[in-house]
Design a protein. Structure first.
Length: 140
């Protein structure tokens, strides 16, 4: 099972404040532990929303772009993708994350990533072949 681990932004990450060298070292050690355990597939920090944009689509085919920054609620500061055996295992690993935010509080969301099998009959043999071909091109 794959899970995306979503680290929520706070006022410090949105202000573009960088973590301390000590926290970076702790996160580096934690990432090494994930890699050695064979769990980590990807992980990155995100720039503040002031450097981002949102694209909105309407039913009539219209497209609207909104430039950041955006309200803090629900914004992300970073993510990991892990392959673990269960949601419970993901939770246990998240409990070990070094305190990631300067504010002293943090929220981390855990969301399961869909696998081809989750789509059942909607994933036709042709779509499975296309998915396999695309993954091969990506090297995943």
């Amino acid at each position: 099972m794959r899970f995306m681990i979503l680290l929520k932004a706070d006022q410090h990450s949105e202000a573009g404040e960088m973590p301390s060298a000590e926290l970076m070292a702790e996160m580096g050690r934690f990432n090494e532990e994930l890699i050695k355990a064979g769990l980590m597939q990807a992980g990155e920090g995100l720039h503040p929303s002031s450097r981002g944009a949102k694209v909105f689509f309407s039913k009539d085919g219209g497209v609207r772009v909104e430039e950041g920054p955006f309200p803090l609620d629900g914004l992300l500061a970073g993510f990991w993708i892990w392959r673990v055996n269960s949601r419970e295992e993901a939770i246990e690993w998240v409990k070990k994350v070094p305190m990631p935010m300067l504010s002293g509080e943090a929220e981390i969301e855990i969301r399961q990533v869909f696998d081809m099998e989750d789509f059942g009959e909607a994933m036709t043999p042709e779509l499975r072949e296309q998915e396999a071909r695309q993954r091969a091109q990506l090297g995943t």
